[in-house]
Design a protein around this ligand. Structure first.
Ligand SMILES: NC(=O)c1ccc[n+]([C@@H]2O[C@H](COP(=O)([O-])OP(=O)(O)OC[C@H]3O[C@@H](n4cnc5c(N)ncnc54)[C@H](O)[C@@H]3O)[C@@H](O)[C@H]2O)c1
Length: 175
């Protein structure tokens, strides 16, 4: 599965690690290019520690890193089937990002938000296709915390929550 992550902060890079560990091809974008660099260097350090502690093999570390690419613009998400937004907690800024994102992605692309406090229905209502929008709320640190809240909005397509719930189980969450 091709997955896009918007925001390479605490949550975004953690979610990218989870998806890449579970075999997804992941593109990570951040408005601050330096942050993507910092986050990927941090991820390499985290994975090296896991190898040292024999929690993962060095081959697995190589596989995880090779599954992650840096996106330099939202256009790079054009082939993604799922995008998870994890940027600053601000409704106007998130909405602006979703509006641009929808001009680049396919009609079937699912768009999720990791927001902690903004109403999923109010965020989704601003989308051109609100039925593709859903809350996918990871906890910090995302690679370690097993709980993920799957939050459909009043406008989310009826089968989408189950689809995301099953995907989270594939990503070794919600078990
Ligand atoms: N930190 C937590 O414990 C936690 C837990 C669950 C959910 N969340 C939610 O996850 C989201 C991200 O939180 P975080 O703690 O990772 O934040 P963070 O500050 O660590 O990272 C946010 C990143 O978003 C980037 N960004 C800001 N505006 C952008 C834009 N327009 N386009 C692209 N990138 C942009 C910033 O450069 C930054 O790197 C928030 O919605 C927050 O509520 C946070």
């Amino acid at each position: 599965m091709n997955v896009g992550i918007i925001g390479a902060g605490t949550m975004g890079i953690g979610i990218a690690q989870v998806a890449a560990t579970n075999g997804c091809k992941v593109w990570v974008y951040d408005a601050n290019p330096k942050q993507v660099e910092t986050a990927t260097v941090g991820l390499e350090k985290t994975l090296t520690k896991l190898v040292d502690k024999q929690k993962i093999s060095s081959e697995k570390m190589g596989e995880i890193l090779s599954n992650i690419s840096i996106a330099t613009e939202l256009k790079d998400f054009k082939d993604c089937e799922l995008i998870i937004e994890a940027i600053i907690e601000n409704k106007e800024i998130k909405t602006k990002v979703f509006t641009e994102l929808e001009t680049h992605v396919s009609e079937n692309c699912i768009i999720g938000s990791n927001t902690s406090s903004i109403s999923i229905t109010s965020l989704g209502a601003e989308l051109r296709k609100p039925e593709r929008f859903i809350g996918i709320h990871f906890f910090n640190p995302a690679p370690l915390m097993p709980l993920v809240e799957v939050i459909p909005s009043l406008l989310t397509e009826k089968t989408l929550a189950e689809k995301i719930y099953n995907l989270m189980k594939d990503w070794e969450k919600c078990l």
